[in-house]
Design a protein. Structure first.
Length: 278
């Protein structure tokens, strides 16, 4: 294993850490990047790696939001007790995760075989880019009804979870679909973003576990190093990306990401049309 391989994995980790949280599709970017950064490892390992690397990004959420997500607190006697509000929040997260979790398990092989390609990525990049612009223009005429993530109702959480199902198609963006759903349902951008981050924890842990079990646990030494480097890089990049995104959306809308998606989608179509990849 050479330094070139490590550098390629670091690049993949950086791209994952950034794109996992911005509404521009991490899986779509990883599929596209794989076309340009060829890694000499088995196809089955790379298919697993491109999903499992997201665990590094998920751990960034756990670290940043530990106080909001950890369901225990100290009572007046100094004993650890369950925090009622956090238990309720976790129930809402689970309710929101159910649609994507169930359909993901049932359709994983089909989706991987039929939709993990540049055509799907390009179409979804452009389509949801347009939706972001249209929805943000519509949203200017009204204010958010929900400004605290703890005020989300179970019904709203479940509907946001239905929007998350859309992200099973590569190029859609899990964060993009749930943020769009949240904004349409009347949440503030910050609440939509935070709830999106929280949904990622069980969903991506489950998706990663599924991929690992399908691949098997007989990793080679090189595969272990590649996984560890990718996870660590994605973690530290994600911490920075989440912090910057939350700061950005306090003063700006998501339209810039819509335009980015449209431009990238067009570039993808042009590139693969020229090189002739099917």
């Amino acid at each position: 294993m050479g330094i070139i391989l490590i550098l390629k994995i670091i690049i993949l980790g950086i791209v994952e850490g950034i794109t996992e949280w911005l509404p521009i599709s991490s899986t779509g970017h990883m599929i596209l990047l794989d076309e340009f950064i060829k890694i000499n490892m088995s196809k089955s390992f790379m298919t697993m790696f491109l999903v499992v690397i997201q665990l590094g990004a998920i751990m960034a959420v756990v670290v940043i939001y530990w106080k909001k997500l950890w369901p225990m607190r100290k009572n007046s006697r100094g004993n650890n007790v369950f925090d009622k509000n956090k238990i309720i929040l976790w129930k809402k997260i689970i309710v929101a995760c159910l649609p994507a979790a169930i359909l993901g398990l049932l359709m994983d092989d089909f989706l991987e075989a039929e939709f993990y390609n540049y055509k799907t990525v390009a179409v979804t990049l452009i389509l949801y880019g347009i939706l972001f612009i249209v929805i943000e223009n519509y949203n200017k005429r009204r204010g958010p009804r929900v400004t605290d993530v703890n005020d989300l109702s179970y019904k709203t959480a479940f509907i946001i979870g239905m929007f998350q199902v859309l992200s099973l198609i590569p190029g859609t963006s899990r964060s993009g679909s749930t943020i769009i759903g949240g904004i349409l349902l009347g949440t503030s951008r910050t609440v939509a973003a935070e709830f999106t981050f929280f949904l990622a924890v069980p969903i991506m842990f489950g998706a990663s576990l599924l991929k690992i079990l399908k691949f098997g646990l007989a990793f080679t030494g090189t595969e272990i190093i590649v996984l560890v480097v990718g996870l660590i890089t994605a973690f530290f990049t994600s911490v920075l990306a989440i912090t910057l995104l939350l700061s950005y959306i306090k003063k700006h809308d998501f339209k810039v990401f819509g335009w980015y998606r449209i431009v990238l989608g067009i570039l993808v179509i042009c590139y693969f049309t020229v090189v002739g990849v099917k």
